[in-house]
Design a protein around this ligand. Structure first.
Ligand SMILES: *Cc1c(COP(=O)(O)O)cnc(C)c1O
Length: 463
């Protein structure tokens, strides 16, 4: 590593002496104010790299959904294409062409009725995809209301209380009333009957999540659509569905090909997914697609006539990295459907192996089992009083495992769960190490002496 000796270099043109990084001389690094002087690139590199070594080890991170490993060839491709700006479609026409190929492949994967008429774009992640999908819903509703001579100033969006935070942001940023359907008993996600009760003439759409972030279950998209079909028959209200398939968009087509959740359902207007989750690309890419060009109101699409043809763009960002889009195409070519199926199946096998083993431990009860997404949540069994899920999470962290503990959303804040996300690269061997550490953790927590009696409080001290 860096036992670099202290050397100096004269900057071109002046006599500024730039000290080279050594462990013993760099005592503190600038944090609040840009330093006045330059330093050598090696020094800056050493400082930044050393600092991020303090981050957790990604391999032990069972909290994140985001890709932390790709082939060496992908790393090389990344390094060679970091300079590509996605928006520069005339300068990088081939990158733009590759983006279009990815959109067509996803339209096909998600069973768009006419892949040539589907429209979509890469984004920086699902969050941007949700914003765009939600905006299109809002605009289409406004147009329809205006055309019917009805008020269009009070739009609402119906979704489960378990939605990812991006939908709260969407509602706040774009002035849409969020209609959260509360959890109920064992219903820890949106169900059809509960969704429909929240819908009215001001509803721009219903969000169904393919893979609840909270515990990994798929919301019943087909049932939600059927309930909305029925509502339309009875009331004439035609409410579209956006599927938030952040994780499931790259899992269900491979592991649950018979599950009908996508454009096979005529009511599904748009779908977004995170290329950087189970799409198996490093952070920075997502996708959003609309069933038909007409699902995306024209005024939201800006036409740029680079390339001689018309290039539609619809995005919040202007400049953004193009390399991730190339990496997505790399994965599509490299893995094909078989490769994606094999990887997601391995993740699921590991997830189910883990959840079964935890189910057999008297300390825990499963909340979900990893058979939808390779993600599951578990909680402390009722009899466990000495320690909590938070203690287990903290204890596992000592061994490097990041397993978040949190309360479920309203009405089930009483339920504290631990969640495990199995990603590509989390092997059966690591799973067994993890189980061993879970057993050690609960034994240690169980063996703790009863809490020390509280010290006498000073007289006159009240909480
Ligand atoms: C992760 C996630 C998002 C946000 O996706 P990003 O790609 O991180 O922006 C939205 N919805 C769900 C269900 C998610 O799991």
């Amino acid at each position: 590593m860096t036992g670099i000796s202290s050397t100096t270099k004269r900057a071109a043109g002046d006599l500024t002496v730039l000290p080279r990084f050594t462990r013993d001389t760099v005592v503190s690094v600038p944090k609040d104010r840009m330093p006045d002087q330059e330093m050598l690139p090696q020094s800056a590199y050493g400082i930044v790299r050393d600092e991020v070594m303090l981050d957790g080890n990604a391999r032990f991170n069972l909290a994140t959904f985001v890709t932390t490993w790709m082939d060496d060839e992908a790393d090389r491709l990344y390094a060679e294409t970091v300079d590509k700006n996605m928006v520069d479609k005339d300068e990088y026409p081939q990158t733009a062409e590759i983006e279009s190929r990815c959109v067509r492949m996803l339209a096909d994967l998600w069973n768009a009725p006419d892949a040539a008429d589907a429209i979509g774009t890469s984004t920086t992640g699902s969050s941007e995809g949700c914003m765009l999908g939600g905006l299109a819903l809002k605009r289409r509703w406004q147009h329809a209301r205006r055309a019917a001579g009805k008020p269009f100033d009070r739009p609402n969006l119906v979704m489960g209380q378990n939605v990812q935070v991006v939908w709260e942001k969407f509602a706040e940023y774009w002035d849409v009333e969020p209609r959260y359907v509360p959890l109920e008993g064992d219903d820890l996600y949106l169900t059809a009957d509960r969704a429909v009760r929240f819908v009215d003439e001001n509803t721009i759409g219903v969000v169904a999540i393919l893979g609840s972030t909270m515990e990994g279950s798929y919301e019943p998209v087909a049932q939600i659509c059927a309930a909305l079909d029925e509502l339309e028959e009875q009331t004439g209200l035609n409410v579209p569905v956006h599927v938030d398939a952040a994780s499931g968009g790259f899992v269900a087509p491979f592991l649950q090909p018979d599950l009908v959740w996508d454009f096979r359902l005529p009511r599904v207007a748009s779908i977004q997914a995170s290329g950087h989750k189970y799409g198996l690309v490093y952070p920075g890419v997502g996708w959003v697609l609309w069933r038909h060009t007409e699902n995306l109101p024209e005024e939201l699409v800006f036409k740029v006539n680079y390339l001689g043809g018309n290039m539609p763009t619809f995005a919040l960002n202007f400049s953004r990295p193009g390399a991730q889009v190339l990496l997505q195409y790399f994965q599509f070519l490299r893995l094909g459907r078989d490769g994606y199926r094999r990887i997601q199946q391995t993740c699921q096998d590991v997830a189910v192996h883990l959840s079964e083993a935890l189910k057999d431990m008297p300390e825990f009860e499963l909340v979900s089992d990893g058979r939808d997404l390779p993600v599951f949540a578990f909680r402390m069994a009722d009899g466990i009083r000495k320690y909590t899920a938070y203690d287990v999470s903290r204890k596992l962290r000592e061994r490097g495992w990041l397993v978040p503990a949190y309360t479920m959303p309203p009405n089930r804040e009483d339920l504290v769960v631990l969640r495990v996300v199995v990603r590509n690269g989390f092997s059966h061997d690591m799973a067994d190490l993890f189980l061993r550490d879970v057993r050690v953790a609960v034994e240690w927590l169980d063996g703790l002496a009863a809490p020390m009696p509280q010290e006498e409080e000073p007289a006159g001290f009240h909480h």
